[in-house]
Design a binder for this molecule. Sequence first.
Ligand SMILES: C[S@@+](CC[C@H](N)C(=O)[O-])C[C@H]1O[C@@H](n2cnc3c(N)ncnc32)[C@H](O)[C@@H]1O
Length: 266
Amino acid sequence: MTHYKNVLDHYANTNTSFLHGAGIEGSKHLLSVAKLAGNESVFELGCGTGASLILLKHNFPNLDICGGDLSQTMLKAAQKRIRFCGLHKQVTLYKLQQNQAIPFPDNSKDVVWIESVLAIQNDQQFDFLLTEIHRILKPGGKLALNETLWLPHVTIEQANRLNEECQKAFGIIQANANNARLDTWRNTIENKGYSIDYQENIESFSGSTLWNNSYRSKLFDAWKKTKQLVNLKYRSDHKTISQKGEQIISSKVKVLNAYVVVARKC
Ligand SMILES: C[S@@+](CC[C@H](N)C(=O)[O-])C[C@H]1O[C@@H](n2cnc3c(N)ncnc32)[C@H](O)[C@@H]1O
């Protein structure tokens, strides 16, 4: 018995940060390979609790940066973090709607930043989002991704079966069986009008010394973590999520890998 319908609600309610492959180190690595100049207009799609927005703004204070998410609960958590970090006048959040245009004009963004959002979309949504991102990016603009994909040996049937179990247990799929496969991922992105500049497996990373996280964002995480530890409901949900996750996708058999990808709008 858990207290959420969708596991993302649990993560939003517990203000969990860096919900993607290699956690904060994955974000720092994406920051290294994305090679930002520091004055770009950046939109983060699926910004979750806002930790990467703060990481980016902390390291590049002159970025014109904003984030958007479908989940009101995630946005509420992101808003609290941004306010705590004193950046509420500089980082804007947008409530996005499924199947509706991202609220920016054509050719208006230099960078779209995405971590663990595209791989969990169904076929139609994946296609829609890639088209929308292409529309809002300036020509030559960058799409910076960190996504967890199925390894090539995983069949579509196997991925579909694991996704069904994840959907039942967590309310979301692990990774789209048709698109979030290493062997098709690149082709799909390229066919939508992007060229891929960089791709790397980010399986094991040790700390990057190049980038620092904001002290206040770290403090915000520590404070929320302490609150979680004393909340029996969240502790119990957390334990159930870990146990169910291990039952469905055992860490002993490798079926997934996280990748950073930097693509460019052609
Ligand atoms: C796994 S979480 C990752 C959150 C954040 N990017 C991170 O790495 O911590 C996925 C996030 O994407 C959001 N999301 C899922 N589908 C979306 C969509 N079509 N448009 C915008 N946000 C979406 C979810 O609400 C959730 O906040």
